[in-house]
Design a protein around this ligand. Structure first.
Ligand SMILES: NC(=O)c1ccc[n+]([C@@H]2O[C@H](COP(=O)([O-])OP(=O)(O)OC[C@H]3O[C@@H](n4cnc5c(N)ncnc54)[C@H](OP(=O)(O)O)[C@@H]3O)[C@@H](O)[C@H]2O)c1
Length: 330
């Protein structure tokens, strides 16, 4: 089979196609013919910093072509997606669950064939294409976990979404689905227009409005939002906190503008609850898929690249020209 491997320390230039033996499923495992994969910000870091040659990308979807002994939940022909972690079935995250993230600690999805244990596979929502389902395992699940498993936002609550990348645009779609008011920021007025068509209730350009946290307070009657999906890290953290209501949730997701401060260094005024999340479990993935299927939500795919164009896909993601997700067809 054909696959890509990240070569240690060479960044995107080191992403190279390789021919590998076809994998075979063992007991409790499923062999997937991957049809599509999607990229996340994290994959740029893996390309730069991986200490081992690894098949990259956590996210992929395709069809089951064989199952190992003892597998009853999946059959040949099923349309499935992989999970971000090889083994976080349910419950709270624990180090033993989150140690084996696909496309980082263990081989990922940028390959024609992938074997995964049943504990790392879910059925695709029936209304989605392989390309759409391939966008779900990391960005969508992170937004779902942050807003509905961690912050438990009820209808009528409000969420602040920073930028228009993968996590934030899924946050916007999920907010729309759940009757949650979405305030979206971006560096681009054009992207903000697009966010409005996707259901944003209010938009703020964080370049032309550097005091965007004040704009958020104005939009919420001085109260602040119920939840921030905090993807900006050092660049946005303090402002995000200032934009959160007393007792609201600051869900620590990412570090697009450098890592957020940790531990004692973090000032926590006004009883804002801060929670660090790491994608989510397979059970959360299934709960999210049920919600997406109910209203037939289609993920926002910005651009699809062919298998031979993986390096171009990485460079496109790196340019931050995208809104939503970048996909590589397999
Ligand atoms: N903890 C977890 O489980 C988890 C899971 C998934 C992702 N993450 C992290 O979350 C972050 C987002 O991931 P992603 O895959 O969604 O990224 P992405 O798709 O690459 O997002 C890129 C977009 O983020 C926006 N952005 C960049 N710098 C910003 C800033 N200083 N302030 C506000 N917006 C900014 C820009 O939007 P505009 O062009 O609209 O300005 C940019 O286009 C990353 O740090 C990633 O590592 C963490």
């Amino acid at each position: 089979m054909k696959a890509y491997r990240v070569t240690t320390g060479e960044g995107i230039d080191g992403l190279a196609q390789v021919d590998l033996p076809d994998p075979q499923p063992g007991a409790g495992e499923v062999l997937i013919r991957v049809r599509a994969t999607s990229l996340n910000y994290r994959d740029l870091g893996v390309a730069r910093n991986s200490r081992q040659p690894v098949i990259p990308l956590s996210d992929g979807a395709g069809e089951v072509v064989a199952v190992g002994s003892g597998v009853t939940e999946f059959a040949t022909g099923d349309h499935v997606a992989g999970c971000f972690f090889r083994g976080w079935p349910d419950g709270e995250g624990r180090p033993e669950y989150t140690r084996h993230a696909l496309g980082g600690a263990v081989d990922g999805m940028l390959a024609e064939l992938v074997v995964l244990p049943v504990s790392a596979v879910v059925h695709q929502p029936a209304h989605m294409t392989h390309e759409e389902a391939a966008t779900l395992p990391c960005a969508a699940l992170t937004a779902w976990n942050g807003m509905f498993e961690e912050a438990r936002l009820p209808p009528g609550a409000s969420v602040l979404l920073l930028g228009t990348g993968g996590v934030s645009i899924f946050g916007l779609q999920l907010a729309h689905l759940a009757g949650v008011r979405a305030i979206v920021t971006s560096s681009s007025d054009e992207k903000l227009e697009r966010a409005r068509t996707l259901g944003a209730d209010a938009v703020i350009n964080y370049r032309t409005t550097p005091d965007w946290e004040r704009a958020v307070l104005d939009l919420t009657g001085g109260r602040g939002v119920d939840c921030v999906l905090e993807v900006g890290g050092a660049a946005t953290y303090a402002k995000s906190m200032a934009a959160t209501r007393m007792g609201g949730s600051l869900v620590l997701v990412g570090g697009l503008g450098g890592p957020a401060p940790e531990g004692e260094a973090v000032p926590m005024p006004g009883r804002v609850r801060a929670a660090r999340i790491y994608v989510g479990s397979r059970a959360m993935f299934e709960r999210m898929n049920a919600a997406l299927a109910l209203r037939e939500v289609h993920p926002v795919i910005d651009r699809v690249f062919e298998f031979g164009e993986a390096q171009q896909a990485y460079r496109y993601l790196e340019s931050q020209a995208h809104l939503g997700k970048v996909v590589v067809r397999v």
